[in-house]
Design a protein around this ligand. Structure first.
Ligand code: NAI
Ligand code: MG
Length: 393
């Protein structure tokens, strides 16, 4: 398209994300994949869990995309979230977990609204689901050819954050005590295990090796993020375990390994986004880094993820339930759509994942985007319909 033929929104979008779901090949053959591959030619069954807020807008959008690329795909609607808690007294009904375990090969999760104050009996269902289904790796790619560095140069970024998903402060062991002055003092346990650190580094190393193999340079960079200058026991264990995994793999020459303290990692993300490749991090650091990295993509509404475990895969946009825009019809469906693409890629449907990726790229290049993306004026429905049309073209 010539620059004169571009719409104004397309021009505004020119510096925004081209985050794709295809760079992440299946990390391993999951049990779900094996189950699916060995069963028959039938399509995998996917559980859809919208949750709360814009989950009810972006998951129906992703449903349309799944139904377009794999007509007849069995989809099961499942409950979880704060509204479910208010209605039933539990945020993650046992029936939801049971159906996922017994009937589904994968799932797509929207987002839940977790209150910032303590609500008796409530616990975040996404944190619980990741543990229940042993989804120990959260893989979060951020790709934007138009990302800028701190010098204002358009250097682009193509990075993936591999977030440990089961422990760290998310073990949620907190207690409130009273100090000698009669004032409250709160404590939280931060759990870092050798097992979880090993599993997540093995996943990140596999990914780094895949990326190296796919490049003409034949190399990649694995950055181990921690804060072991302060937390020498917990983050020290994470760092040492990551190094041991690399050594046990024979210190592959295609992958360079390095350390980065978490605070300066954020600085580096924005100062030199093109210097970041594969990042492996404990749970909370990975969560914060991936929202920060989403800014490089242009909007949280563009960034997908896959929660991966030995026997299950769950796609999930990086964003939350966005109560500030919920119900307005303007939630960006792209993160959820790309998460559906990552889910399909992990289930062995690489062609369908690539088609989704390309359709999203086409729509964004035409300037059809929701308002969270600079210049975007379209509704959730407009964007979704445009992606469906691009898939059918
Ligand atoms: P958020 O990700 O929901 O929203 C942050 C900002 O990004 C808001 O301005 C929002 O409008 C915007 N945004 C997010 N997704 C968007 C999309 N698809 N399209 C357009 N704009 C989008 O984070 P926030 O506000 O910190 O949390 C809101 C709620 O979400 C909280 O209750 C939190 O607990 C929950 N949350 C849930 C997560 C999950 O279920 N996995 C993850 C993160 C937060
Ligand atoms: Mg987050």
């Amino acid at each position: 398209m010539s620059s004169t033929a571009m719409t104004s929104s397309a021009r505004a979008l020119a510096h925004v994300a081209r985050t794709t779901c295809t760079p992440i090949a299946p990390l391993a053959t999951t049990a779900a994949q094996r189950r699916h591959q060995s069963s028959s030619s039938s399509l995998p069954t996917i559980g859809l869990i919208p949750g709360d807020g814009i989950g009810h807008e972006v998951i129906p959008a992703a449903r349309r995309i799944l139904e377009t690329v794999l007509p007849g795909i069995p989809l099961v609607d499942l409950d979880a979230g704060f509204a479910t808690f208010e209605r039933t007294g539990t945020a993650l009904p046992p029936s939801t977990v049971q159906v996922l375990r017994d009937q589904c090969q994968g799932a797509l999760f929207g987002a839940v609204s977790s209150p910032i104050h303590k609500v008796a009996g409530y616990s975040s269902p996404i944190v619980q689901l990741r543990k229940e289904l042993d989804l120990y790796a959260n893989v979060r790619p951020v790709v934007n050819k138009k990302a800028f560095n701190a010098s204002g140069e358009q250097v682009g970024c193509d990075l993936v954050i591999v977030r440990e998903n089961t422990e760290c402060l998310y073990v949620k062991q907190e207690r409130l005590e009273t100090d000698a002055n009669g004032e409250s003092i709160a404590f939280a346990t931060r759990q870092i295990s050798q097992r979880a650190s090993r599993r997540i580094t093995e996943t990140a190393l596999r990914l780094a090796q895949q990326r190296a193999a796919a490049r003409t340079s034949g190399t990649s960079l694995l950055t181990v993020v921690h804060k072991s200058n302060v937390l020498s026991v917990t983050d020290g264990l994470f760092r040492e375990t990551a190094r041991a995994v690399f050594a046990a793999a024979g210190s592959p020459t295609a992958v360079k390994i390095e350390d980065q303290l978490v605070d300066s990692m954020v600085y580096r993300l924005f100062r030199a986004p093109d210097s970041v490749d594969v990042v492996v991090a404990p749970n909370l650091y990975g969560d914060i880094l991936s929202d920060a990295a989403a800014a490089l993509a242009g909007s949280l509404g563009l960034v997908p993820s896959a929660n991966v475990g030995p026997s299950f895969v769950m796609g999930e946009p990086v964003h939350g339930s966005a109560p500030d825009i919920a119900g307005k019809g303007v939630a960006n469906p792209v993160a959820a759509i790309r998460s559906a693409g990552m889910l399909l890629a992990h289930l062995g449907y690489a062609d369908e994942a690539t088609r989704i990726d390309q359709a999203v790229e086409t729509v964004m290049a035409r300037g059809i985007a929701t308002p969270d993306v600079p210049g975007g004026k379209a509704s959730t429905n407009d964007v979704t319909s445009a992606v469906v049309a691009a898939l059918q073209a």
